[in-house]
Design a protein around this ligand. Sequence first.
Ligand SMILES: Nc1nc2c(ncn2[C@@H]2O[C@H](COP(=O)(O)OP(=O)(O)OP(=O)(O)O)[C@@H](O)[C@H]2O)c(=O)[nH]1
Length: 427
Amino acid sequence: MTTRETIPVTILGGSLGAGKTTLLNHLLTNAAGRDIAVLVNDMGEVNVDAELVAAESELAVGGGVTELSNGCICCELQDDLETAVVRLAQERSFDHLVVEASGVSEPGPVARLFVTSRAAARYDIAGLVTVVDSRLFADTFAGGDPDQTVAEDSDGEVRPLSDLLVEQVESADLVVLNKCDLVSEEELAGVRDVVSALRPEADIVETTHSAVDIDTLLADLYDPDAPVGWRAALETEAAEEEEEEEEHGHGHAHNGEAHDHEHGHSDDGHGHDHAVVSHAEETYGITSFVYRRRAPLDPEGLESVLGDLPSSVIRSKGTVWVGGADDVQYTYSQAGPSAYLTASGPWIASLPEFEQDTYRRNHPEITWHDDYGDKRTELVFIGRDIDEDALVAALDEHVLGDAGDVAQRFPTEPGAEVALAEPEAGE
Ligand SMILES: Nc1nc2c(ncn2[C@@H]2O[C@H](COP(=O)(O)OP(=O)(O)OP(=O)(O)O)[C@@H](O)[C@H]2O)c(=O)[nH]1
């Protein structure tokens, strides 16, 4: 019997083989009086996970295991998942729903379903839980032997595994570092550091065979406003910059110079762009910094730098003003060995004036420059022992004085993506 109007739902994600099924079995055998419904989804035709769960857990048989065996839950079949969870709430009585997202699905779309669809009336998200294979994660990000594995995502698109691992961690409220028996203490500490840097506010537990405390797992952890690490770094930088401007008596925090080739020497007293700010996160052993220039970058040059980053950079992300495509805003995203640049549409500054005005009225928070508007290159780098000066100098070599003096290199239609770096396909 449930006394709540809505049913809490925990969304479980993690890479293939991380230990999600093991976790569900652990949960169902230790449910101790709770009536838990589990919705398991697999990519394959046969729903192996659901069968395993049903076979291994007495509680599960007839006790609320429901399966969707017709494919991936998060994109194409979103409607089916929506129907399934709504029907489940109508037909059965249970205390908590756990949805296992398919191993290569992003948890975001699954979470949105419970916020925006008909399911929102019946459910409340309790938390997004990501199970991490600590061995695999250490190999991919934390100084281990990088595995150049690629995985297929929910759209059937092949994406580097590193992308999916980062995305799954960046959206988590709780990260279960599983397979702790397969990593050394030192490696585990490294994994913990990287996870904290990617998602500073997530709770972290360490397990072997996914033996996570049930109360911890099902707790109300959901925080849709929790920042991802790169955004937290940007916000900290912006706050520091504002503080500094106030100290210097400037009332226009982001009103910068065109750019400053000399990293760290821009404090010349007239409203500079404080281009690079570092945060030595001593507790995490991971540092982040923001590179910002109010000028376009040479496309070939930026590709040579961002497409060949040192392995010390774990995650980087940002906005790029690309020479030769003056009106197009590009977003950039890198995770481990893969890096992409995507045309995301026009800059606000490239819109007709009245549209700019409307946009700016509706978004008073956006950073606006008197001459350049929102046009900027703003990149956050997160990593371990990054040679920041070298990276800044490498990027600065490709800062252009004028966007129009180079040829267009990347596609400009909104949504068009180019790979700057991609791992080789694994076995
Ligand atoms: N050594 C070790 N093996 C584990 C641990 N947890 C799970 N495994 C094993 O890892 C394999 C994959 O575990 P599953 O629970 O099936 O992983 P999953 O995330 O459900 O996998 P998919 O459904 O394929 O996405 C199984 O053989 C488990 O027995 C652990 O902590 N240590």
